[in-house]
Design a protein. Sequence first.
Length: 76
Amino acid sequence: MPRYFFSVHDGKDLPDSEGIELPSRNEAHRQAITTAGEMLREIDREFLGGDVWEMHVTDEAGKTVCRLRFSAEDCD
């Protein structure tokens, strides 16, 4: 089963050196969306600072599978 790596950049680099085994690229896409949602929920209002939050998913060969980018801004 292929291994995928989910590295995050949110002002600092958080590389994923372990990765997880998943049956397909489609499942890696699903996992990226689910994990990103959980992580963004944990940082809550800190996310409203306007910085870009990014998850970069790669396969075992280092090839990009997908990239998720989010930013939010509090506009009082």
